[in-house]
Design a protein around this ligand. Structure first.
Ligand code: UDP
Length: 487
């Protein structure tokens, strides 16, 4: 067992293997390391280099952040060799196997905890069994959901009170009980694993995750108090959870990266082509479209998005999770589209530097699937959004940004789907894009979201709400350790 200095807490992070969970976990580990704790991330061999690369960009050394790997049982669970990340299992056949595989990781976690005995384990919500394993070694287990207070409250109230059982159709609205704000929802917007009684691999994980919440030490939330004070209070005082708001986590990384860049003689970071492209554009003139790391629309929907963007008349950057094979016709793109759009619209295939794009002053709007990381990144960049939720808790996040915060409009799709949402027509897309890009309403949304972005930056500065809650958390852990050591 390693031992830290009296002041140095040793925190273990165990993220779920998907970009939307991994990105904020790296950010979180860096925040802990920057405030004097020793952070260790437990992950698979596939993800380890990705962690190292991100950490390197910030000049954090291995003395602050350590990485431990474990074996991911892909083949044992019918997955292809090396399939260690959810985006590699992005099909109806592979996803259940992936969720089955994660239920078998307990013994490896047990071994690592027994060997290292950290002061605390921050484990993803998808690892409900981590609470009991940590308890064997008297290690407090914190849950990281990677979403906001609003969605935490809403999903819990839906889980507890099952209001979807009292409606007669998929489209009849119900009000979520015990949730401030009279929030209406429909069965259509809920995942099958919540509203149907059938048991799947994922239902089991989801139920266990909800059940273990009240038995865990607490919850770390990647949000800031000023964004959703009613729901932050409701989560703790109304629903009884111990939680600390320590976000927006990616903003810390930005600060670290900027500092590291200044410290380097020359920038070693190549500028992505799309950032150069943006530099020739007017302020707030470009709309950015990206649906996160997992959404995989069918070709017909991509075609419709292409047509909708063209019809909107707005300049755009559109990220599509497709590769390019020279000479092979792309079925998802209208004939001659890119040529026609030259100078007006840019398609990025694969991965785009989203945070940098959103932060560019030329970007004035964001069409998003409402993944929580993307939502926070949009808010901090001060851009209004078109909400186009697809799966996970994205329909709740949509309510927060449109109905509660008033910083976006809904594209209007109604149906939750694990991978691909319901079909949205080109006219609807064009109309929604224009709603956030021009006119009085767009300006109102823009000024609201800019004010929230300023609050977010203040929250992580010394004395800000997230900064202080982070300190409160660390102090509590230190006190706990002292009491244990003296007993
Ligand atoms: N992201 C990115 N480039 C891309 C797609 C996604 O940098 O081309 C990042 C995005 O900035 C965010 C994360 O991936 O930090 C996606 O997380 P989110 O919670 O929004 O959605 P998920 O992928 O989990 O559905």
């Amino acid at each position: 067992m390693e031992s830290g200095t009296l002041d140095e807490l040793r925190i273990f992070f165990f993220p779920f293997m998907a970009q939307g969970h991994i990105i904020p976990t790296i950010d979180m580990a860096m925040v802990f390391a920057s405030r004097g704790s020793k952070a260790t991330i437990i992950t698979t061999p596939f993800h380890a280099p990705l962690f190292s690369k991100t950490i390197q960009k910030t000049n954090f050394s291995g003395t602050h952040i350590n990485i431990l790997t474990f074996k991911f049982p892909s083949v044992e669970n019918g997955l292809p060799e090396g399939c260690e990340s959810l985006h590699m299992a992005n099909s109806p056949e592979l996803q259940p196997k992936f969720f089955k595989a994660i239920t078998t990781l307990g013994p490896q976690l047990d071994q690592l905890l027994e060997q290292h005995r950290p002061d605390c384990l921050v484990a993803d919500t998808f690892f409900p069994w981590a609470t009991d394993i940590a308890a064997r070694y008297e290690i407090p287990r914190l849950i990281f959901h990677g979403t906001c207070y609003f969605s935490l409250c809403a999903s819990l109230c839906v889980f507890r009170y099952k209001p979807y059982k009292s409606v007669f159709s998929e489209t009849e609205p119900f009000i979520i009980p015990n949730l401030p704000g009279e929030i209406k929802f429909t069965r259509n917007q809920l995942p099958d694993f919540v509203k149907n009684d059938e048991e799947t691999e994922f239902t089991e994980v989801y139920k266990a995750a909800k059940e273990v919440e009240s038995r865990s030490y607490g919850v770390l939330v990647n949000s800031f108090y000023e964004l959703e004070p009613v729901y932050a209070d409701h989560y703790s005082k109304g629903l009884g959870f111990k939680a600390w708001h320590i976000g927006p986590l990616f903003l810390y990384k930005k600060v670290f990266e900027e500092k590291a860049k200044r410290e380097m003689e020359e920038s070693s970071l190549d500028e992505h082509e799309c950032l150069k492209w943006l530099s020739s554009k007017k302020r707030n003139s470009v709309v950015y479209i990206c649906f996160g790391s997992l959404t995989d629309f069918i070709d017909a929907q991509l075609m419709e998005i292409a047509a909708g963007l063209e019809a909107s008349g707005k300049e755009f950057i559109w990220v599509v999770k497709k590769g390019k094979n020279e000479g092979v016709k792309e079925e998802w793109l209208p004939e001659g589209y890119e040529k026609r759009m030259e100078g007006k619209g840019l398609i990025v295939r694969g991965w785009a530097p989203q945070v940098q794009i959103l932060d560019h002053e030329a970007v004035g709007g964001f069409v998003t699937h409402c993944g929580w990381n993307s939502t926070m990144e949009g808010i901090c960049a001060g851009v209004p959004v078109v909400a186009w939720p697809v799966s996970a808790e994205q329909f709740y996040n949509e309510k927060l940004v449109t109905q509660i915060l008033g910083i976006g409009v809904c594209v209007g799709n109604q149906k939750w789907a694990r991978l691909v949402g319901d079909f949205v027509k080109r006219e609807t897309i064009a109309k929604a894009v224009n709603q956030i890009m021009e006119g009085e309403e767009a300006e109102k949304m823009r000024s609201k979201v800019k004010a929230l972005g300023d609050m977010a930056r203040r929250a992580i500065e010394e004395g800000g709400s997230s900064y202080l809650d982070f300190n409160a958390f660390i102090e509590e852990l230190k006190l706990r350790r002292m009491e244990r050591n003296s007993s």
